[in-house]
Design a protein around this ligand. Sequence first.
Ligand code: SF4
Length: 86
Amino acid sequence: MHCINALQTTNKRLKEESELAKYKISIDRPGCIGDAICTALSRNWFMDSDGKASFHREIIDESEYESNYEAEISCPVAVIRMQKLD
Ligand code: SF4
């Protein structure tokens, strides 16, 4: 029983830490080729009037991490960056 309680406490703490994680989004806009792949993968991304991608939120939390990460790794010219904040 003690082990189960300890495991539940650890899982709760890990979940809380992961929910607190924040990431900073950036883009090297001159390098964007405007293919809109990121906008198809994440609602944080949209095509701006100049034909380049932009994002709505610069700081995201864990709930938005996966879709923004998909956008980052799918960008064919690798201009999207995500940095984990302390
Ligand atoms: S996936 Fe990359 S190149 Fe394509 S629109 Fe988004 S930022 Fe620009």
